[in-house]
Design a protein around this ligand. Structure first.
Ligand code: HXC
Length: 257
């Protein structure tokens, strides 16, 4: 891989993906998006990996789609390139994906962060959808995910003015789970990842699927899926083990089955 570093066992059960185009502030060119997709596909199939952390560097998580690569494209070029089928594949990653964000998370970078299930940010992180300043608008789910995450008023303000929000504001409006000093954001993401990796991977997968439905469908269908996944968890050995361990006052040993 040219623009992505993959560490399959950065911590026990936790893989790390690091965007690695530092000179371009990790601008998301086509190649980098394909590498993220391929790496996630590989990690979804790797049973030793329970959780994935995705990060950039201290200066930038990602400053957006690669403007230089897009500048001379026509609408039909964009249609044929069909970058969003790659984004769809990334969105369908089944294991928990935790974003560790420092510096700029802008445009497609903010959208990639919002594709994560949880976000840990450094105090220096800035989130924004500045596409409006380029005469365009978010296309990687920004208008929809931002509105769901932070509400209509804040989403409108960010999308229509292109202004950035700080890590602390992002936490206050519900975009980010935790904000920590810059030296600690990756460790904090690992800590969060470890606490999820300690759970039954079957239950985690079913639960992630159910929470995501809350943002994709109406309440009745979401509740229906939740119930189906809940019943399905009763078919797992891990569920039997989890309840037996509680009754026997011991730690459960998950099999992932
Ligand atoms: C290509 C980028 C880039 C980007 C930064 N660079 N962002 N190249 N695409 N999105 C490059 C710069 O050209 C420069 O390279 C180098 O990274 C450092 O950036 P500077 O601008 O010199 O740094 P600084 O002055 O600190 O400003 C940082 C910044 C600014 C505020 C983040 O770079 C910026 O505004 N970037 C664009 C942000 C943006 O508009 N993102 C949305 C893109 S559209 P050189 O070689 O020139 O020195 C989008 C649509 C998504 O994301 C649609 C769905 C996928």
């Amino acid at each position: 891989m040219e623009f992505l570093l993959l560490t399959p066992q950065a911590r026990p059960g936790v893989a790390l993906l690091q965007l690695n185009r530092p000179k371009e502030l990790n601008a998301l060119n086509r190649q980098l998006m394909l590498e993220i997709r391929d790496a996630l596909q590989q990690l979804d199939e790797d049973e030793t990996v329970r959780v994935v952390v995705i990060t950039g560097n201290e200066r930038a998580f990602a400053a957006g789609a690669d403007i230089k690569q897009m500048a001379d494209k026509t609408a039909i070029d964009m249609l044929i390139i069909d970058q969003f089928s790659t984004w769809e594949q990334i969105r369908r990653f089944k294991k928990p994906l935790i974003g560790a964000v420092s510096g700029f998370a802008l445009g497609g970078g903010c959208e990639l962060a919002m594709t994560c299930d949880m976000l840990v940010a450094s105090e220096t992180a800035q989130f924004g959808q500045p596409e409006i300043r380029l005469g365009t608008m978010p296309g990687g789910g920004g208008t929809q995910r931002l509105a769901r995450a932070v509400g209509k008023a804040k989403a409108m303000e960010m999308v229509l003015t292109g202004e950035f929000i700080s890590a602390e504001e992002a936490r206050r409006v519900g975009l980010v789970n935790r904000v920590v000093p810059v030296g600690q954001y990756l460790e904090e993401a690992y800590r969060l990842a470890a606490s999820v990796a300690a759970m039954s991977p079957v239950a985690v997968r079913l639960a992630k699927d159910a929470v995501n439905r809350a943002f994709e469908t109406h309440l009745e269908e979401g509740l229906h899926l939740e119930r189906r996944n809940y019943y399905l968890s009763f078919a797992s050995e891990d569920r039997k083990e989890g309840m037996a361990a509680f009754v026997e006052k011991r730690k459960p040993e998950w099999k992932g089955r």
